[in-house]
Design a protein around this ligand. Structure first.
Ligand SMILES: [Mg+2]
Ligand SMILES: [Zn+2]
Length: 198
């Protein structure tokens, strides 16, 4: 079976976008708003060097809220893969939950099992990519990510980036994805040392 590091998208891989009209941070809703955070490709390469898959697990209710269309989500996924490829990095899967309980699009107005903190997307990825959840990590920047990780039996790492940070859960924390990947490396080599000592 595979092991994975599951990655939230907004606030972990790409920057959140400040919306002055709402006074909040939100997902990018255009190509020009889509900005990768520093060191993301390196961090993903580091995850692969550990022998783990890198899989995006993301709530994307923008279509349900009427803020973007499905084509834009696909465009951003393509752009993400393209920018990572420039630095030799790749994603082993991208899983989005498009649902929202207050969706204006009827077929997305669902109390689904995949909107984080529910673990449905993690279960689906585990099934499709043959991932051992208990031996995997989930890196995210909100309590929803941490909740989904716990519900699926993964180890959560909460990225505390300041802007948009909404996490209060008790778990491992890191400054950003680069730091989180380094923390995983450190933990993994400590586990290896423990095994060879035993
Ligand atoms: Mg996020
Ligand atoms: Zn869903």
């Amino acid at each position: 079976m595979n092991r994975a590091v599951f990655l939230d998208r907004d606030g972990v891989i790409n920057a959140l976008v400040y919306r002055p009209s709402q006074g909040t941070y939100d997902s990018p809703y255009s190509l020009s708003e889509f900005r990768l955070l520093r060191g993301v490709a390196d961090a993903i390469n580091q995850i692969h060097r550990l022998g783990m898959l890198a899989v995006v697990i993301s709530n994307q209710p923008g279509v349900a809220k009427g803020r973007c269309d499905r084509e834009l989500l696909q465009t951003l996924s393509d752009e993400l893969r393209k920018r990572l490829a420039v630095e030799g990095a790749w994603l082993d899967g991208i899983y989005y939950c498009l649902h929202h309980p207050a969706s204006i699009v009827e077929e997305l107005k669902v109390e689904c099992q995949c909107r984080k903190p529910k673990p449905g997307l993690l279960f689906r990825a585990a099934e499709e990519l043959d991932i051992a959840l208990a031996a995997s990590y989930m890196i995210g920047d909100t309590d929803r990510d941490v909740g989904a990780a716990f519900a699926a039996g993964c180890t959560p790492i909460l990225v505390k980036r300041g802007a948009g940070y909404a996490g209060k859960s008790f778990c491992l924390t890191a400054r950003d994805l680069v730091h989180a990947a380094t923390e995983i490396s450190t933990r993994e080599s400590a586990l290896d040392d423990g095994e060879s000592a035993a």
